[in-house]
Design a binder for this molecule. Structure first.
Ligand code: THU
Length: 130
């Protein structure tokens, strides 16, 4: 199951637009329907305008009509598995349950798995506003 996500994330990583960091990231998420959505980082000369791979995959999922993700995979050519940035942890949490597994990986094949609850303890959620 996660091999499909790995292959999808590796493939989309090739399309990353990262001329400023030269750090290409690919992300693949599986929606509750089983469909896999992918995204890559898209940088901008105005640096803060760049977007992460995870954000792209989430946008693709929502654009396709799904709002629940059940699995995620992120890959980069890093010496250690790439971890989602703080903002992306919050973005993933918006659409995934606490127990959703996020696999962080290197292109070389090193993998580390953490749940969304582990990645974002004490997440800000809707309940805080009630
Ligand atoms: N990046 C991602 O796309 N996802 C991550 O999980 C970590 C960082 C991107 C953002 C930026 O384009 C580049 O990697 C360097 O930070």
């Amino acid at each position: 199951m996660s091999d499909e996500l790995r292959q999808a994330a590796l493939a989309v990583r090739q399309r990353a637009y990262a001329p400023y960091s030269d750090f290409q990231v690919g992300a693949a998420i599986r929606g509750a329907s089983g469909t896999v959505y992918v995204g890559c980082n898209v940088e901008n000369v105005a640096y803060p305008e760049g977007t992460c791979a995870e954000a792209g995959a989430i946008a693709a999922m929502v654009a396709a009509g799904e709002t629940v993700l059940i699995e995620a995979y992120v890959v980069a050519a890093s010496p250690m598995p790439v971890t989602p940035c703080g903002g992306c942890r919050q973005k993933l949490k918006e659409f995934g349950a606490a127990e959703v597994r996020v696999t962080m990986a290197t292109t070389g094949g090193v993998e580390e798995v953490m749940t969304l609850a582990e990645l974002l303890p004490g997440a800000f959620v809707q309940d805080h506003m009630e």
